[in-house]
Design a protein around this ligand. Structure first.
Ligand code: GLN
Length: 453
């Protein structure tokens, strides 16, 4: 049914870069046979899933939205893909994204735009717009995204889906094409909070192949989602972050947020206002740290190891000239912009002023979170400052594009988990409600999120 739906609507939505129909049908048939034979299977066995194209999949093309990886077929699976396969979820295909996950609209994909199913002239968010659009358009019931600075939560907000960024280290990064290694985290995109919890529990937990993977067991996210669905939040303290609201937030987005606070209060939650004064510098710090790490991570795309190789049109074919020609042709403008920013910020003479200062701000943001979590069990805010904007509207203005991430980025800098849940419409377009919790307390996201559903 989902493959039929993809065939019917993906021409207009363009959520997928690659559809793996044969593999998906083979997995589904295998699960049916095992279930008929009485085997006890995972609760999500047989439920199809779409995977963001930044996650490597054995035998399925993986491009990260970039020309430089066109034609590359990975020889191995990411840990999270291994877990999905072992549980018997048919993989429907790979979803569109901003090139190397750099962007907030999916317009930086080298393979064309994804359209928001709510209004095809609008962006589906980014960088994981393909995963969110696939779920919103009923092409897939579940999807995987990655969130370095909001790329799961912001697309979820503008497409009316649920998206979770787990605690840093909670889901293995083995087999993710790295953007900024100290910020990247994979997580679920779904239509319900319980679905997100089930998928989170499946892909989460320790992996010895990722040196930053947490040794702790995952908290009981599924139990927390069920508890929240009962609608009782007695004693839960919600901290409204003063700095994540107000100016720059669309009035309707703010209104929906206030209404939801009342719903949660009626469920027994207590609302307190908290202040995180250093969040105002988080965006600036992120846009130094992220390009710095990305410029280093992307150095491996040299025209020799993966995908595209371009030889210089004339002159000698030296390693350096092949690299320059390949990277010149293979990377898009946004990737080049960030490689230049990152190498500049890391260069001798500027390192302390830029990268060093940004790391200090990162520590201050972490301290703000620690202080706020003394006063509240979770922090809440709108997920994104606006509803989905029109395709093309911010493409020539990188600063306007970056400003979309004000509310999502602090969580990445601190490594804390966050969820976006659908929060009603403004002008016919979805808005999102964000819940942030202390590191390793991902269960709280699901309790509060489910109470809002
Ligand atoms: N909008 C952010 C950026 O462009 C999102 C990154 C992400 O989470 N992958 O960097």
């Amino acid at each position: 049914a989902h493959l039929d739906r993809i065939a019917a609507v993906d021409g207009a939505v363009h959520a997928f870069l690659h559809v793996s129909a044969d593999d998906a049908l083979a997995t589904a048939a295998d699960v049916d046979a095992r279930r008929a034979a009485g085997e006890q299977l995972h609760p999500l066995a047989g439920v199809p899933i779409a995977v963001k194209d930044v996650v490597v999949t054995k035998g399925l093309p993986t491009t990260a939205g970039s020309r430089i990886l066109e034609g590359w077929v990975p020889p191995y699976d990411a840990t999270l893909v291994e877990r999905i396969k072992a549980a018997g979820l048919p993989i429907l295909g790979k979803t569109n994204m901003d090139e190397f996950a750099m962007g907030s609209s999916t317009e930086h994909s080298a393979f064309g735009d994804t359209h928001n199913p709510w209004d095809l002239d609008r962006i589906p968010g980014g960088s994981g717009g393909g995963s969110a659009a696939a779920v919103a358009a009923y092409e897939a019931p579940l999807a995987i995204g990655t969130d370095t600075g909001g790329s799961i939560r912001q697309p979820a907000a503008v497409t009316g889906t649920v998206g979770t960024k787990p605690t840093y280290g909670g889901v293995s990064r083995y087999g993710l094409i790295a953007m900024a290694s100290s910020l990247d985290q994979a997580g679920p995109v779904t239509r319900t909070v319980l679905d997100a919890a089930l998928l989170h529990a499946l892909i989460g937990g320790h992996d010895p192949r990722d040196s930053t993977s947490l040794p702790d067991p995952l908290p009981d996210v599924v139990g927390a989602a069920r508890l929240g669905a009962s609608g009782d939040l007695t004693g839960v303290r919600l901290g409204v972050v003063r700095e994540l609201g107000g100016d720059g937030y669309q009035p309707g987005v703010r209104a929906r947020f206030e209404e939801s606070l009342e719903v949660l209060q009626a469920a027994g939650a207590e609302v307190v206002e908290v202040s995180c004064p250093n969040f105002q510098y988080a965006l600036a710090a992120y846009y130094l740290i992220m390009p710095s790490e990305a410029s280093s991570n992307l150095a491996k795309f040299d025209g020799m190891r993966f995908g595209l190789r371009v030889e210089p049109a004339d002159g000698p074919v030296t390693a350096e000239r092949v690299m320059a020609a390949t990277r010149g042709r293979g990377f898009g403008d946004e990737v080049k912009r960030r490689v230049i920013l990152g190498t500049y910020a890391l260069s001798a003479g500027y390192y302390d002023a830029y990268y060093g200062s940004a790391q200090k701000v990162r520590t201050l943001v972490q301290r703000d979170f620690a202080a706020a979590f003394e006063q509240a069990d979770v922090l809440v805010s709108p997920t994104a400052p606006t509803t989905a904007f029109r395709l093309g509207e911010k493409l020539d203005d990188p600063m306007a594009m970056y400003l979309n991430d004000v509310a999502t980025i602090p969580a990445n800098l601190a490594g804390v988990p966050g969820i976006s849940v659908p929060n009603g419409l403004d002008g016919g377009l979805p808005t999102g409600f964000q819940v942030l919790a202390p590191a390793k307390a991902d269960d709280r996201l699901y309790r509060v999120g489910a109470a809002l559903e």
